[in-house]
Design a binder for this molecule. Structure first.
Ligand code: OOG
Ligand code: MG
Length: 261
């Protein structure tokens, strides 16, 4: 795939994001042969454009790490993308639903490392030993594709639907919890919409961060200390509507909430 094609595809998804409108997935007609490797090149170009526009990377995110998500999205391999500064929503704040296309929310466990982790061969145990804090989080995803309908390369090119992140402020040391059996409920206006446990994420959320380190290594990159890392939705994502109060409650890991107006 030549440089112009990469740029064209990155512009295609980036413009949809900026203009808050749905587009048909890349693999429908625009470029049906898009491979996973190529899709990460498109994502890199998209990220370059965002950085050029003055936005800053806050941290990486993993996606499609649970069975619930794989089933919901009909794709079946973990992927990564990035959360940017303009996507961060403060705990307890409100967002305007009209600033998004068709937003959904999903509960995630966040990590902050005390030291960089560089693959290959990073294990779950390596991650736990390097983790300074874990925290509760909600990710807001907003695929730029019509009806959230995409293949794996499409969603990678679209920065894995990243649109918002609410990082909870309840920090815990990883050794204080058994992250795989930490339960979570996601409720909207007080009604539980989905629930699960940490183990839904690749058997252990720290395994997802290990996977991230090993995937980034292929690009000569690493998971950096100090950045908040989203380890992937524990449950299927839930559609957000105006007037929603969204709350994720975790066993032993506090809770995090925000409003959709
Ligand atoms: C892709 C984003 C996946 C997760 O946690 O699984 C993701 C999507 O579902 O639109 O962030
Ligand atoms: Mg997610």
């Amino acid at each position: 795939m030549d440089k112009n094609k990469i740029k064209e595809l990155a512009n295609y998804v980036h413009n949809a994001e900026k203009e808050k409108r749905e587009i048909i997935k890349i693999t429908s007609e625009l470029y049906p042969e898009l491979s996973i490797e190529e899709s990460y090149l498109v994502q890199e170009e998209l990220i370059r454009q965002k950085l050029e526009a003055g936005h800053k990377i806050i941290g990486p995110k993993m996606g499609i790490t649970s069975e619930a998500k794989m089933k919901q999205m009909d794709v079946d391999d973990p992927i990564y993308g990035y959360v940017f500064d303009n996507m961060v929503v403060e705990e307890g704040d409100s967002i305007a639903i009209s600033d998004y296309i068709h937003p959904k929310v999903e509960p995630e466990i966040g990590f902050i490392l005390g030291r960089d982790l560089e693959g290959p061969g990073i294990t779950t145990l390596d991650v736990l030993r390097a983790t300074e804090y874990v925290f509760p989080a909600i990710e807001i995803i907003d695929s730029r594709y019509e009806n959230f309908n995409f293949t794996l390369p499409d969603v990678i090119a679209d920065n894995t639907s990243a649109a918002g992140a609410v990082f909870g402020t309840y920090l815990r040391k990883p050794e204080e919890l058994e992250l795989d059996v930490v339960g979570v409920t996601l409720s909207i206006n007080g009604e539980i919409q989905s629930l699960g446990a940490g183990a839904a994420v690749l058997e252990h959320p720290a395994k997802s961060v290990a996977r991230l380190a090993n995937m980034l290594h292929k690009k000569g990159e690493k998971v950096k200390a100090g950045q908040p890392i989203l380890s992937g939705g524990i449950t299927a994502a839930v559609r957000l509507s105006p007037g929603d109060f969204v709350q994720a409650k975790y066993g032993g890991l506090g809770e995090v909430s925000f409003f959709g107006k």
